[in-house]
Design a protein around this ligand. Structure first.
Ligand code: ABN
Ligand code: CU
Length: 702
C-alpha cells in the first residue's frame, strides 16, 4: 500500500520563470525542466537526491475545456516530479507551479518503488560483470572469468517477489553471452538470474535453477548484413520511394495539428509516450469534440512458463519503464517515408540535467488504398468514381529491451481513428538442454533456445467527449431474432439485429470480447441524436484482437494488471485516474485498491450520460515459432474507432476523387476518359509490353 506523508514544505526560487508554453498541454520544454529541477534542488539543498520523473501535470478536463471553449482562465503550468533521496525508503513527489516558481504538495510516498529509467537499466550490466558470485555462475555455465566482457544482461524489474517485496529497488538480470559484440545475445541465454539492487549497485542474490543448462555451443543466430549476406545474400528488391511534390496537407502550430477536418493536440510524456488530446472534427464549420484525451496507459507481457522463476517475467512496460523513456530517435526514410515532421522529447536525467530524444514523434501522411469506389456495370464500368484515401499517422517506436513496439495513431478521412501497433524486435529467450522438451510452455526456435509463450496486452485509455459532454458506453452485439422460424414475427427465420446494452454501472461495463456476436463497444452521447437514424451520435470501438489474460485470477500478473481481466472497463472520470496499474508500478504486489481496482470499487458507480473513462484491453497471445527468430517480422495489432450515427452521410464525400465519370459524361466523351487533376502521374505499368491487355478505365487514354 502506498503510504503518504504530507510534508509541509513550500519553496520559491529566485530565478525568472521560463517562457510560457504555447499550449497548456505541451510537454515541458528544456527551460521548464531546468526551472523545475533548480527549484527542487534548492528545496533539497545539502541532500543527496536523484531525479526519476519531471513531467507536465496536465490540467483537469474541466479547467482545460473552460479555457479552450468558454473563455475561462488559462490553467496554471504545473510540473509533477518524483525524486529519490539517498538512504531514504520510498520516493518523494511534488508539484512545481512553473509560472510562479513555487513548489507545493510535497509528499513522501513509502512502500513503493519508482519507474526504472534507461540510466538505471544501463548501470546493471557493469554491476553483474564485476560481481564474483556472477563470475562463478558464468564459469559454471561455460564462460571463463576472462570473458566477462562478453556477458550481457537485459535488466528487468523483478516483477513481484515475496522475498523482498518492495523494500529495496530491485532488477532481475536476464543473462546472455555474445562471442563477439556484433552477435545477437538472444541465441545464447544463460540459465541463472542475478538480482541487483538499483540503488546500492550490488548483486544481492542469484536465482539458480535446480536443473542446470550450460551455455550453447551453437554459432550465434544473427541478423545484421554481414551474417545474412554470408548465409544467403540479399533478394533482388527494387526501392519504393514516396513522393509528395506539393508537400503535406497538415498544418502545425506548435503541437496543435490540423489535417483534413481533424484538429487536435499532440503531447508526449515519459510514461505513455504519445498522448492525443482535444480531438475534434470540423463538420462543415462546426468543430465537434470526439475525444478529450487518448493514450496507451499501461501494458503487460505475462509469460506462461510456470517453472523456475519465470513467473516474474510479466513486464508492465509502460508503468515500469515508460513508453516515453524508452522511445527511439526516428530516422528519415527508414522509420517513416515521405515528407515528415518530427517532434523531439525532453526528459530530466538522474542528475536533473535535461536530455533530448531527437525525432521522438513522427508525423506524416501515407497512401491508404481506396477510400470508396463505385462503377456501373450497365456501360461496361465507364460510369465510375474512385477516391483514394490518405491517412495521417502520428507514430513513435519504443524498445522494451528485447521487443520493439511501433505505435501508429492513424487518422482517416472518414472520421475514423485507427490504432496500429507493430510488434517486432527479439523474443525473450531461455537456454534449453540438448533434447529438452520445451513444450507446452515454450518452443525451441533455434537449437538450445527456448522462447516462452506470452501475451502482449495493452490498456487503451479513452477519455471520450463524443459530440460534447455526457457520454455513455454500450456493448453492441449482433443477435439472431429470438422468435422461432415460422413465428408471426420471424416467419422465414432470417431476422437478426444489432443489440445495444448500455452500461448503467461500472460493474455492468466489465465485459469480455465475444467473436460470436461480433461484439464491439459504442461510446455514445445520448444528448445528440442523429436526425436520420434517430440513434445517438457515437464512436464504435471495433477491436477483435482481444484475448483474455491467461494467468489465473489472484495470480501476481492478474493482481498487478486488474484491467487486463476484461476487454472493457468503464469508470467515472477523475483527473487522477490515469494509470490503471497504479502510479508506482515496479514491485507492486497488486494487493489493495491500487489503480483501477480502487476505481471500480464495489462497481456501483453510475456511468450513464456523464464524464467517463474507458480502459480497453487488447493484444495478442504469442506462441513463438522459429519464424519469429532471430528477429521477428512485425506482427500487427489493430483496432478502429469509427463514427456511427455521428454524421448524416459519408463524411468523406468532399475528398476529391482520383477519377470520376458520370453516365452522361461517358456517353459524351465516347469512351474518352476524364483524368482528374490529382491523378498520380508517377504511376505506370510494370511491364510495358503487356500494357495493351491491362488497360483500366481510370488511367487508360485510348
Ligand atoms: N520487456 C521488459 C523490459 C523492458 C524494458 C527494459 C528492460 C526490460
Ligand atoms: Cu511476443
Amino acid at each position: 500500500m502506498e503510504r503518504l506523508q504530507q510534508i509541509a514544505s513550500q519553496t520559491t526560487a529566485s530565478a525568472q520563470p521560463p517562457p510560457l508554453a504555447n499550449h497548456p498541454l505541451d510537454p515541458l520544454s528544456i527551460q521548464e525542466i531546468k526551472a523545475v529541477v533548480s527549484i527542487v534542488k534548492e528545496n533539497y539543498s545539502g541532500k543527496n537526491i536523484s531525479f526519476n520523473v519531471v513531467t507536465l501535470k496536465e490540467p483537469s478536463r474541466k479547467s482545460f475545456i473552460e479555457w479552450r471553449e468558454k473563455n475561462g482562465p488559462r490553467p496554471p503550468r504545473l510540473a509533477f516530479f518524483v525524486i529519490l533521496e539517498a538512504g531514504k525508503a520510498g520516493v518523494q513527489e511534488g508539484v512545481v507551479d512553473i509560472g510562479n516558481l513555487y513548489l507545493t504538495g510535497l509528499k513522501h510516498v513509502q512502500g513503493v518503488q519508482p519507474i526504472l529509467t534507461v540510466e538505471d537499466l544501463c548501470a546493471t550490466e557493469s554491476i553483474i560483470r564485476k560481481d564474483p558470485t556472477v563470475i562463478e555462475q558464468c564459469r559454471l555455465s561455460g564462460v571463463p572469468a576472462d570473458e566477462m566482457h562478453k556477458v550481457y544482461c537485459d535488466p528487468w524489474t523483478i516483477g513481484y517477489d515475496e522475498r523482498w517485496g518492495n523494500s529495496r529497488r530491485l532488477q532481475q538480470a536476464m543473462m546472455y553471452y555474445r562471442a563477439n559484440e556484433d552477435d545477437s545475445q538472444y541465441s545464447h541465454p544463460l540459465d541463472f538470474v542475478p538480482i541487483v539492487d538499483t540503488e546500492t549497485h550490488e548483486v544481492i542474490f542469484i536465482d539458480i535453477p535446480s536443473i542446470r543448462r550450460p551455455l550453447s555451443k551453437q554459432p550465434h543466430s544473427n541478423f545484421y548484413p554481414a551474417d545474412v549476406v554470408n548465409k544467403y545474400g540479399y533478394r533482388d528488391h527494387k526501392p519504393i520511394n514516396v513522393t509528395q511534390p506539393e508537400g503535406v496537407s497538415f498544418k502545425m502550430e506548435g503541437n496543435v495539428i490540423e489535417w483534413e477536418n481533424f484538429n487536435f493536440h499532440i503531447g508526449f510524456n515519459y510514461r505513455e509516450g504519445i498522448v492525443l488530446s482535444d480531438i475534434k472534427f470540423n463538420d462543415h464549420g462546426k468543430n465537434r469534440p470526439i475525444f478529450h484525451r487518448m493514450s496507451l496507459s499501461e501494458m503487460i507481457v505475462p509469460y506462461g512458463d510456470p517453472t523456475f522463476k519465470h513467473f516474474r517475467k510479466h513486464a508492465l512496460d509502460i508503468g515500469e519503464y515508460g513508453a516515453g523513456y524508452m522511445t527511439n530517435p526516428l530516422s528519415l526514410g527508414c522509420d517513416c517515408k515521405g515528407v515528415i515532421h518530427y517532434l523531439d522529447a525532453h526528459f530530466a536525467e538522474r542528475s536533473g540535467d535535461p536530455i533530448t530524444i531527437k525525432n521522438a514523434i513522427c508525423i506524416h501522411e501515407e497512401d491508404d488504398g481506396i477510400l470508396y469506389k463505385h462503377s456501373d456495370f450497365r456501360d461496361n464500368f465507364s460510369t465510375s468514381i474512385v477516391t483514394r484515401a490518405t491517412r495521417l499517422v502520428i507514430s513513435q517506436i519504443f524498445t522494451a529491451a528485447n521487443y520493439e513496439y511501433c505505435i501508429y495513431w492513424n487518422f482517416l478521412q472518414d472520421g475514423s481513428i485507427r490504432l496500429d501497433i507493430k510488434l517486432t524486435g527479439i523474443l525473450n529467450t531461455y537456454v534449453a538442454n540438448k533434447g529438452e522438451k520445451t513444450g507446452p510452455y515454450g518452443t525451441q526456435v533455434y537449437p538450445h533456445v527456448n522462447a516462452h509463450n506470452h501475451q502482449h496486452l495493452f490498456s487503451l485509455r479513452i477519455d471520450p467527449r463524443i459530440d460534447g459532454d455526457g457520454n455513455s458506453v454500450a456493448s453492441s452485439d449482433v443477435v439472431s431474432d429470438p422468435h422461432e422460424l415460422g413465428s408471426l414475427e420471424n416467419p422465414y427465420g432470417n431476422g437478426w439485429f444489432g443489440k445495444k446494452t448500455i452500461y448503467k454501472t461500472v460493474a455492468e461495463s466489465l465485459t469480455h470480447a465475444n467473436a460470436e456476436t461480433s461484439r464491439s463497444w459504442d461510446i455514445l452521447n445520448p444528448n445528440s441524436i442523429n436526425p436520420y437514424s434517430g440513434n445517438p451520435a457515437s464512436y464504435k470501438i471495433v477491436s477483435t484482437q482481444t484475448p483474455r489474460l491467461l494467468a489465473k485470477e489472484n495470480s501476481i500478473p492478474s493482481k498487478r494488471a486488474p484491467w487486463a481481466r476484461h476487454a472493457m472497463n468503464v469508470v467515472k472520470y477523475d483527473e487522477d485516474r490515469l494509470y490503471p496499474s497504479g502510479v508506482y508500478v515496479p514491485q507492486s504486489s497488486g494487493d489493495g485498491p491500487i489503480g483501477i481496482r480502487g476505481w471500480i470499487g464495489d462497481g456501483t458507480d453510475k456511468i450513464e450520460n456523464t464524464d467517463v473513462i474507458v480502459f480497453h484491453t487488447f493484444g495478442i497471445s504469442h506462441v513463438p515459432a522459429p519464424e519469429d527468430f532471430p528477429l521477428m517480422p512485425a506482427e500487427p495489432i489493430t483496432l478502429l474507432m469509427r463514427p456511427r450515427n455521428f454524421f448524416t452521410q459519408n463524411p468523406a464525400l468532399d475528398i476529391k476523387p482520383s477519377y470520376a465519370m458520370t453516365t452522361s459524361g461517358a456517353k459524351k466523351l465516347n469512351g474518352e476518359t476524364d483524368v482528374s487533376s490529382i491523378l498520380d502521374k508517377t504511376s505506370k505499368l510494370a511491364f510495358s509490353n503487356t500494357s495493351a491487355s491491362f488497360e483500366g478505365s481510370c488511367c487508360s487514354k485510348k
